[in-house]
Design a protein around this ligand. Structure first.
Ligand code: CTP
Ligand code: CA
Length: 244
């Protein structure tokens, strides 16, 4: 199943996309990070742009060689910076797609000088503190003020665990986050991260399912470009529907 996205579908619409991973500094030379390549987020930005949208990309760390050419990009290294950039632009956006891999925690302390190893001291322990949940905050603001993106899309990378399948975890996450669409990435050690092909499920909130009038989740396999097109097509269909 690959939904097509005709040129012009998103003419006059603003789409805000976050992509890549956030990095949380420990000291001037070290950080905690993740394996996000940013490719899926970039593909989403390109798909939205090809459909006529005015796209802003909030880019965390991306794999080397990823080409951001032609896309209006704001760089965000840390979750704090991504938080600020997304909240800054969310109010004026029609669609927010949070494809970034945002660090849930950051080191509780940052030392301005390089951490040294010493023989007389115990091995250091890194204490973590919670980061703000950017997606949840945009959803909450919209609920409170009625403003902000008409369509909010979250991502979930799930491996599943002993008791829950990835889809089950994604259903729970969709409900918890309160976004309109949630894209499930099936991840594992050699799956998805940094690869050009992908397998996703697109889940829709009850409200979105009613508006879209089709069975969810949608299963999409193929290139990240095809997956991106399917996600943006769903968001575009939600946008063009009269509120019901
Ligand atoms: N997200 C966010 N801010 C955070 C963490 C996550 O905006 N601090 C967004 C991600 O960009 C993604 C969605 O929330 O669109 C889901 O992220 P995920 O890490 O799967 O969900 P969490 O709620 O952090 O749950 P988990 O414990 O599974 O990591
Ligand atoms: Ca997380």
């Amino acid at each position: 199943h690959a939904e097509s996205l005709p040129a012009g579908t998103l003419n006059g619409r603003r789409v805000l996309v976050s992509a890549g991973g956030t990095r949380e500094p420990l000291d001037p030379v070290r950080f905690l990070g993740n394996r996000s390549s940013g490719k899926q987020g970039l593909a989403l930005a390109r798909a939205a742009q090809a459909a006529g949208a005015e796209v802003t990309l909030v880019a965390g760390s991306m794999a080397s060689g990823v080409d951001l050419g032609g896309i209006d990009t704001i760089s965000a290294e840390t979750t704090e910076q991504m938080h600020a950039a997304v909240l800054d632009h969310a109010a004026e956006s029609d669609v927010l797609i949070m494809a970034a891999a945002v660090a849930d925690f950051r080191p509780a302390g940052y030392t301005t000088t390089k951490i040294k190893k010493t023989d007389d001291a115990a091995d250091p322990v890194i204490q973590l503190q919670r980061n703000p949940d950017i997606l949840a905050e945009v959803v909450q603001r919209r609920a409170q003020s009625g403003g902000g993106p008409e369509v909010i899309v979250g991502f979930a990378a799930e491996t599943g665990d002993d008791t829950h399948a990835p889809l089950e975890l994604a259903e729970q996450k969709l409900a918890r986050k309160g976004c309109d669409l949630l894209v499930l990435n099936h991840v594992g050690e050699n799956l998805v991260f940094g690869q050009d092909t992908t397998e996703i499920h697109i889940l829709a909130s009850e409200h979105a399912q009613r508006m879209l009038g089709e069975a969810h989740p949608l299963h999409v396999t193929g290139s990240k470009a095809q997956a991106a097109e399917a996600v943006v097509a769903q968001a575009a269909r939600l946008l063009s529907m009269p509120e019901g």
